[in-house]
Design a binder for this molecule. Structure first.
Ligand code: URA
Length: 219
């Protein structure tokens, strides 16, 4: 069963490497597909690969990834037991001299790329899907989601699986004040702890539903 899932993920990865469904592939180095064991209980969904991820070809290996790894370890979650992916599989950026500055993917790009994320979820059927930030939440919900108001909520996704919304680790990196950064980091670790506990306790859900509230609320 796990071998079967792994084979399906590898086949999706090969297919996605050739994806030309939106123009983002043109400037990106490569498609950055998700990674992790096929029997992972938790899928973490970020926004899109950053500069480093685009060069290396793996999700969350740059500065945001390092912070994410540290927070996961503090929360007692082994990243190697989770599947980590992104809502959009190509790096979108703007050139500024030698720099490649991150640009937020638009609704069209999120929507076009959603087929890959949904396929990953469909194959893996994890216990919990975690949206890291607004782009991931929008992809999973099919509409904009206010992170501030929905953070920490467990939700039922359209495929009946469980979802959880928290902040994107790069939002912590952007905070200018060190005290604020530490406080935001502590909250992020708290969310991850809740995620770990929830995934350990919950059984995979089966019934179809909407990306609707299971505990807490969406606007
Ligand atoms: N930010 C993301 O959302 N995903 C990555 O893979 C890296 C940074």
């Amino acid at each position: 069963m796990t071998d079967d899932k792994s084979a399906k993920i590898e086949s999706l990865r090969r297919e996605a490497a050739e994806c030309r469904a939106c123009p983002l592939w043109k400037n990106a180095t490569q498609t950055v597909f998700g990674e992790g064991p096929a029997d992972a209980d938790i899928i973490f969904v970020g926004e899109q690969p950053g500069d480093r991820e685009d060069r290396v070809g793996r999700p969350f290996v740059g500065p945001a990834g390092l912070m994410f790894d540290r927070a996961l370890a503090e929360a007692g979650i082994d990243r190697n037991r989770t599947y980590v992916t992104n809502a959009v599989k190509h790096f979108k950026f703007e050139r500024r001299g030698k720099l490649r500055l991150h640009k937020k993917p638009n609704a069209g790009e999120i929507n076009v790329c959603k087929r890959w994320l949904m396929s990953e979820i469909d194959v893996l059927k994890p216990r919990l899907i975690v949206a890291l930030g607004a782009t991931a939440a929008q992809s999973l919900a099919g509409r904009p989601v206010a992170i501030g108001r929905n953070r920490g909520e467990t939700l039922t996704l359209a495929n009946g699986l469980r979802g959880f919304v928290t902040v994107h680790p790069s939002s912590l990196l952007r905070l200018p004040d060190e005290g604020e950064k530490q406080a935001a980091y502590a909250l992020f670790v708290e969310d991850l702890r809740a995620i770990g506990e929830f995934a350990a306790e919950s059984a995979p859900a089966g019934a179809p539903g909407a990306f609707a509230r299971a505990r807490g609320s969406l606007p």
